[in-house]
Design a protein around this ligand. Structure first.
Ligand SMILES: [Zn+2]
Length: 303
């Protein structure tokens, strides 16, 4: 499983968030759809593998759990619209991005001011019996939103609110960076491009990630001026500084493996960043929650 619920806060956490923790609580998580214990796996940064959660062998999910249904929705979603299922799912297709104050422990869908003052005791307890409302929720990073963009190509007309982005559907909030020269892009979007094979470069506080888009020349095809992401990590904690680098390194490995297997999957980097005033080939990203890397096949069905 790509995500789980934190037992203490009852918030949905992405497995990649485990990279940020100084110590991972093996017994701290339950399924997003029921109260079954799930266990963090592959979360060591040295693994060069993507973390995930798994249930104990032989343990079944509780009767009302929709996790199997969600898996089916994801595979159905590649072939056609699954809008009705997405409307009632808490995690498959986030409705908005809400960057919560990172010290906040509760209040997944409350406005920031309320969330910050809400105490842990008001959180819904695991066995309190209070039914969780069904429906699309906020995401605390762009990753679940980008995953939905990949997974549900026929449902990109679903609404999406992202602070600073004027477009309000998945279809228009995302923009692929092209390979026809470095363009000046006036509208803020969730930009994406294939990761370049070169390794990211560290320069002091900055991490530079090369993308396989920008200016190409033909015969032989060569990328002469790639778009780059500059992750500006000034003032970040050590964990946050490392987490972006780890995800890109893992993505690169995943991309190499996919290529070996002749898979159609590609390593995609998604980010929200400002184009540099002096060099439009550079995008500046200032928050670790605004960049992610996912392996996948992005399709563009005719509408
Ligand atoms: Zn479950």
């Amino acid at each position: 499983m790509e995500s789980a619920r934190d037992k203490k806060t009852m918030e949905i956490v992405e497995a990649e968030d485990l990279w940020l923790l100084p110590e991972v609580d093996t017994y701290g998580y339950i399924c997003t759809g029921c109260k079954l214990d799930v266990f963090p796996a592959s979360y060591q940064k040295s693994n060069l593998q993507r973390p995930h959660f798994r249930s104990a062998r032989g343990k079944d999910h509780f009767e009302d759990c929709d996790i199997e249904g969600e898996k089916k929705t994801v595979s159905k979603g590649k072939k056609g619209s699954v809008r009705n299922e997405l409307e009632t799912s808490a995690s498959l297709s986030p409705a908005r991005l809400t960057l919560r104050n990172e010290r906040t422990v509760v209040g997944s869908d409350l406005p920031p001011s309320t969330a910050q003052t809400t105490s842990v005791s008001k959180g819904r307890s695991t066995d309190g019996g209070e039914a969780r409302p069904k429906g699309r929720r906020s995401a605390n990073s762009i990753r679940p939103i980008c995953r939905a963009f990949i997974d549900f190509p026929y449902d990109r007309d679903m609404s999406l609110e992202v602070p600073g982005i004027d477009d309000t559907t998945y279809q228009y909030a995302f923009k692929k960076l092209r390979g026809e020269g470095v363009e000046t892009l006036p509208r803020s979007k969730i930009f994406y491009a294939e990761l370049h094979w070169s390794k990211p470069e560290e320069e002091g506080d900055d991490l530079f990630i090369n993308l396989s888009a920008g200016e190409w020349v033909k015969d032989p095809p060569k990328l002469v001026r790639p778009y780059k992401i500059r992750v500006c990590r000034e003032g970040w904690s050590k964990a946050k500084r490392t987490v972006v680098r780890t995800e890109i390194d893992v993505l690169r490995e995943e991309g190499i493996e996919a290529k070996k297997k002749n898979s159609k999957d590609r390593p995609w980097v998604f980010f929200i960043g400002e184009q540099d005033k002096d060099d439009p080939a550079i995008f500046n990203v200032t928050d670790h929650r605004l960049i992610c890397g996912l392996l996948g096949t992005i399709t563009y069905p005719k509408r």
